[in-house]
Design a protein around this ligand. Structure first.
Ligand code: MF3
Ligand code: CO
Ligand code: CO
Length: 266
């Protein structure tokens, strides 16, 4: 396995791409309201990326092996949709939770980040799932420093989320990122401490746990992209792109509107 360690000029470009991706999530936040369609969220983001930021929406026409080209510019995963929800004509309604996942390309480099949004007021169990998933992502990120292992990241996420009776989706993972959308390594959101790849300064990868309120099993819809929970339980996901530094980590996908690191449950 060859993991590309980014040079300083590359890291600088990844910082710019990361911030821009996060700024798309800031931009779209006020539009996430009952009655809007996910197609409208997609076209608003497209216009903002292409016309205002002059970035390229990486998902548009993205076609990994075995997939048809992705038809939209963002992913919108609502309620029991786990990830890769394809925007469409369905309207959001009060009480929905939605993950919006944005990946931009700027100057050849990718920034990849997602957040959960509440449509109106969420049910208490939906809010809790979103908050616990957010803390689980940050608990994974907090493990990152040279010498630690990717298994430490996965273990921290799995241990915390499962302690609430939730389950970790196994089929999708975080990933290295740079000039390519998805690079090595794979960043599993479960695992065992002290196992897996040892981290080195200059690595850049995403941490993006998908946590289900019910069972871990998923299935793919006929559109070839949208992933849902088999048991139709709610699912949440958050994502940051993170650099391994000499002393720890630097989150690259931050902006004014990004929620801050949570206070950890003891
Ligand atoms: N942004 C997703 C990730 O975090 C990938 C989406 S692929 C797409 O890796 F084609 F659906 F956009
Ligand atoms: Co990603
Ligand atoms: Co993403």
């Amino acid at each position: 396995m060859t993991i590309h360690l980014k040079s300083l000029p590359e890291i600088e470009k990844m910082r710019i791409a990361g911030k821009l991706a996060s700024e798309v999530l800031d931009f779209i936040a006020p539009f996430v309201k009952p009655g809007i369609t996910t197609d409208k969220l997609d076209s608003l983001c497209y216009d903002y990326m292409v016309n205002t930021q002059k970035t390229i929406p990486a998902p548009l026409n993205y076609a990994p092996p075995g997939y048809s080209p992705y038809p939209k510019s963002i992913c919108t995963s609502v309620n029991h949709q786990v990830c890769h929800g394809v925007p469409g004509e369905k309207k959001l309604k009060a009480g929905d939770i939605i993950n919006i996942d944005v990946t931009v390309i700027k100057d050849g480099y990718h920034g990849d980040t997602s957040r959960m949004y509440y449509v109106g007021e969420p049910l208490i169990q939906a809010r809790r799932l979103c908050e616990i998933t957010y803390e689980s992502m940050w608990r994974g990120i907090e493990e990152i420093k040279p010498g630690r292992h990717l298994g430490d990241v996965g273990y921290a996420i799995q241990k915390f989320s499962e302690s609430f009776g939730y389950s970790v989706v196994r089929e999708f993972c975080g990933h290295g990122i740079g000039t390519k959308f998805h690079e090595e390594p794979q960043v599993l959101h479960y695992g065992h401490s002290g196992t897996g790849l040892q981290l080195k300064a200059g690595m850049i990868f995403t941490v993006e746990p998908m946590i289900n309120a019910g069972k871990a099993s998923i299935r793919q819809l006929a559109d070839g992209w949208t992933i849902v929970t088999k048991d139709h339980s709610l699912s949440a996901q958050w994502e940051h792109t993170v650099l391994v530094t000499e002393t720890g980590y630097e989150v690259l996908t931050l902006s004014i509107g990004a929620p801050s690191k949570p206070t950890f449950h003891s």
